[in-house]
Design a protein around this ligand. Structure first.
Ligand SMILES: [Zn+2]
Length: 275
């Protein structure tokens, strides 16, 4: 089970890993908290859709097909945007939702779907997006809640998944990009389509890598899934020099293990190791 905040998080972050396991016959469920309503979309792309959310839901279903996911489950919150964004004030914004409420919804799905492995964002949500951090906090809580006999969740019985992982961007790679960006005339503190990602600040938060998953076998599926998110630039990624560098350097995705507590200096190459 992968727990994310927006349509495109599943493909851009951990898409290779999800596709790899789906390809091996693992049932892969995606929990997506919002429909990405606060994303910026070129107006011509909205033609035929009632809203940005509807378009991005369509893009997510396209990506889920490409990755081979079993099912997408929405938590029906609204996308909050980055810190300071007007979208944060919307009453349905994920940013406004109490962590216990979000955790309860995720825990219910954990009890119903009974995943062995759960993956979500790292404690800073990858790049400090408030929704990603909210999902991380709720998912960590839900992981414990699901197995707690004292917690009653409508029509379910307690269930504890075996492992919990946080997807992380390897800092070595980020360090390389931060050094390279000025050469391409880009400012590392204003990274990304909306220039709201501060790579320099992200570098100050380091997380250990406990598992590295090589998805080269299914790299084409990850590409296809990313391309589904055309409104978020997913189809243009292949022309992007930085993406090209990332791809050249690795077809790996990195994870930090939260549960069970990791043994020191051992790198897993399979999230199902030991299961
Ligand atoms: Zn996101």
């Amino acid at each position: 089970m992968a727990v994310v905040a927006h349509p495109d998080d599943e493909s851009f972050g951990m898409g290779g890993t999800l596709a790899l396991y789906a390809n091996e016959g693992v049932e892969v469920h995606l929990i997506c908290a919002t429909r990405g309503e606060a994303g910026e979309v070129p107006p011509q792309m909205l033609e035929g859709y009632s809203s940005i959310g509807a378009l991005r839901e369509h893009e997510l279903n396209c990506a889920a097909d490409a990755l081979g996911l079993t099912k997408v489950h929405f938590l029906d919150y609204r996308d909050s945007g980055m810190v300071g964004s007007q979208d944060n004030n919307h009453p349905m914004a994920l940013f406004q939702a109490p962590v216990d409420e979000v955790a309860y919804k995720i825990a219910r799905l954990i009890r119903v779907l009974k995943p062995q492995v759960v993956v979500t964002f790292d404690p800073i949500g990858g790049y400090m997006h408030p929704d990603h951090i909210a999902v991380h906090n709720a998912c960590v809580k839900a992981f414990r809640m699901a197995g707690n006999k004292k917690v009653e969740i409508h029509n379910t019985i307690p269930y504890s998944p075996v492992k919990l992982y946080f997807h992380i961007f390897p800092r070595g790679l980020v360090k390389y990009i931060v050094k390279l960006m000025p050469l391409f005339g880009k400012d590392p503190s204003k990274f990304g389509k909306n220039r709201d990602i501060d790579l320099a600040a992200i570098m100050n938060q380091d997380f250990p890598t406990h598992a590295r998953i090589n998805y080269r076998k299914v790299a084409d599926k990850r590409e296809k899934a990313s391309a589904c998110h055309a409104s978020q630039g997913g189809d243009r990624q292949s022309g992007y020099i930085l993406t090209w560098i990332i791809r050249l350097l690795s077809s790996n995705e990195s994870f930090m293990r939260a549960v069970p507590a990791p043994e020191k200096s051992y790198l897993e190459t399979d999230l199902f190791e030991g299961i």
